[in-house]
Design a protein around this ligand. Structure first.
Ligand code: ZN
Length: 277
């Protein structure tokens, strides 16, 4: 019996599901280094600017708990509603997917859910971040049998403490909401129509590389599922001290260690037109 088969039988490693791959050379988070990222020929790509369309006024909150400590929350995912019949109630992201030469092709994803990690997972130019937010993306199509489409990409936001982030107030409100302990559909946010564009930094330059999910496994092994196309905004966003503390007290530290064996090219996509900062 091979070691892998023996390990599978012993339950030491999860059996891969059909269609899933676990590429050891494409694991995330990959350290991001601006001077090592490649800028595609043409340099500026205004059409590849990240833009969200559609708004939402409530989310479905899904809390994950620590296996050994069921009172400890390790992750809070907020699912964005998707109305298959009303396109104004579908939240999508348009962004540029780098082709093999790095030139970004404009693509549209469905926004599935958002969550955070403390501390951050990606590093940029050696800097570590206090928080990182992941906007999880899939194909823009309707639910099949009530199940959302598989995850194909993630947009990552690196977060530091500073001014209050009004665009993220819904996340922190729902995080500490007393109305639900496990899974609940949060009530509408007053009359707010939440717009995720509020979260984007002014300079929308981003890194893109081929990687993996960063959960469930937080170490080097076992591997996490591939392929996931990563987009990480090069400019950090802010949350206030109060907002950070809400997260700190509501959710345990939960992040994957850096994966230095990822051999994929990191592209740096600059959507700002020349002359514009
Ligand atoms: Zn994540």
């Amino acid at each position: 019996m091979s070691f892998l088969l023996a390990a599978l039988v012993a339950g030491l490693v999860a059996a891969p599901l059909p269609g899933q791959t676990y590429d050891p050379k494409k694991q995330s988070p990959k350290p991001l280094v601006t001077s090592q990222a490649r800028i595609p020929a043409g340099e500026r790509f205004p059409a590849a600017k990240p833009v969200f369309t559609g708004k939402f006024s409530h989310v479905k909150v899904d809390k994950n708990f620590d296996h050994d400590h069921p009172d400890k929350v390790t992750e809070v995912k907020m699912y964005i509603p998707w109305d298959p019949t009303d396109t104004t109630k579908q939240v999508k992201l348009q962004i540029g997917e780098p082709e093999s030469n790095g030139i970004p092709k404009v693509v549209t994803y469905r926004v599935l859910q958002i969550h955070m990690h403390r501390h951050g997972e990606h590093t940029m130019d050696g800097n570590e971040y206090q928080l990182e937010m992941h906007c999880v993306l899939g194909d823009p199509r309707a639910d099949e049998n009530g199940k959302p489409p598989p995850i194909t990409a993630v947009l990552g936001f690196l977060i530091v403490q500073g001014e209050q982030n009004k665009g993220l107030e819904f996340y922190f409100q729902y995080l500490t909401s007393p109305i639900g302990k496990v899974d609940f559909t949060a009530p509408p946010l007053e009359t707010v129509q939440q717009d995720l564009n509020l979260l984007l930094p002014h300079d929308k330059t981003y890194f893109s590389y081929h990687g993996s999910l960063t959960t469930p496994n937080l170490g080097n092994t076992p591997l996490n599922e591939t392929p996931i196309l990563w987009y990480v905004l090069r400019n950090e966003i802010h949350v206030s001290n109060d907002q950070y503390n809400k997260y700190f007290h509501a959710v345990e530290e939960h992040f994957r260690i850096l994966q230095t064996g990822n051999d994929s090219t990191v592209w740096l996509i600059i959507p700002q037109p020349l002359g514009e900062q």
